[in-house]
Design a binder for this molecule. Structure first.
Ligand code: NDP
Length: 309
């Protein structure tokens, strides 16, 4: 087996990982970053990003990530294609295996593996991803101004996304599979008080309808068996996210949803020398800018840790 020792290993090629690489490189930690299965992370599945400061006219998700990556490389970070397949964090240096056959010993580790939005699993969902199907209202809602959209889910995220979209769109349907919302009372009240939100109770989505130009509607089935179509231009998933922490959760403390627990305002985990950044430790904000900021913190924390050894 190939063996290599690195000062700072970063796992994850999203805004958190790339920013950690930028800061790590400038701090002479010679960071090595493995991008994983989806280089660029979740942002590469969105179109234009208009809320990332510094880009007056917005920037494409893919382009933003390529720019971050190029910046990290220019500063000397070693960015590699590869997926971490196992991790042993029982002692330092940590033992990380990439693609099943490359072993790396890491003095410090920054976990920036992100989260994955849950999808319903319909073939039509895959067909229209980026063509009307989205799992991020703050990313894509703007493109549905004065249009009609649907949001699937009944949790806090769904309510938050529905009220956000209601401010932009003509009408918002919430597709809720039970006859109650899971969301907090306050969020439920906000939804109920919003005139252009209509909740379709006891409904599941059977199919997303559309043509070559994108989504045109959704076919729903009510608990009593009735099947009916609604006309929508956008279809938003808000049925939860899944943090990609499984590989590490044997050592690193996670909450009941699997999000890595960090210490106060820092990126420190319960394992000395292991830091977490981005969506894998953030169930709340999930923005490119907050992920990038936490990547910065993780690199600074790792630098401090190394200096104190
Ligand atoms: P939740 O797990 O809380 O809610 C998921 C929702 O999606 C539920 O209504 C669930 O229905 C529904 N759902 C799940 N799977 C399916 C499916 N296959 N088909 C249809 N519907 C489905 O996830 P959230 O992302 O909303 O929230 C995650 C956490 O983050 C929560 O703890 C939440 O409180 C918190 N949060 C807090 C916010 C705030 O305080 N402002 C904002 C956003 C999130 P069912 O109820 O039937 O299971």
């Amino acid at each position: 087996m190939d063996m290599e020792t690195v000062k700072c290993l970063i796992i994850g090629g999203g805004p958190a990982g790339y920013t950690a690489a930028i800061y790590g490189a400038r701090a002479d930690m010679a960071p090595v970053l493995y991008e994983g299965l989806q280089p660029g992370g979740q942002l590469t599945t969105t179109t234009d990003i208009e809320n990332y400061p510094g880009f007056e006219n917005g920037i494409g998700g893919q382009a933003l990530m390529e720019t971050m990556k190029a910046q990290a490389m220019r500063l000397g970070a070693d960015l590699r294609v590869g997926t971490v397949t196992s991790a042993d964090l029982s002692e330092r240096p940590f033992k990380i295996t990439v693609d099943g056959d490359r072993e790396i010993l890491a003095e410090t580790l920054i976990i920036a593996t992100g989260a994955t939005a849950k999808y319903l699993g319909l073939p039509s969902e895959t067909r229209f991803k980026g063509l009307g199907v989205s799992a991020c209202a703050t990313c894509d809602g703007f493109f549905y101004r004065r249009k009609t959209v649907a949001v699937v889910g009944g949790g806090d995220t769904a309510c938050e996304e529905a009220t956000y979209l209601a401010g932009l769109c003509r009408k918002v349907y919430m597709i809720v599979r039970r006859d109650v919302l899971r969301a907090s009372q306050a969020m439920q009240e906000r939804v109920m008080a919003t005139e252009n939100i209509e909740i379709l109770w006891n409904c599941n989505t059977q199919e997303i309808l559309g043509d070559d130009a994108g989504v045109t509607g959704a076919r729903l089935v009510r608990k009593d068996g009735e099947v009916f179509d609604i006309a929508v231009d956008g279809f938003f998933l808000a049925i939860g996210h899944h943090p990609n922490s499984e590989l590490f959760s044997q050592w690193v403390k996670v909450d009941k949803e699997g999000y890595i627990i960090t210490d106060g305002k820092t990126s420190r985990t319960n394992v000395d020398g292991v830091f977490a950044a981005g969506d894998v430790q953030d169930p709340l904000y999930r923005q490119a800018i907050t992920a990038a900021a936490s990547g910065c913190r993780a690199a600074l924390d790792a630098e401090k840790f190394i200096k104190m050894q």
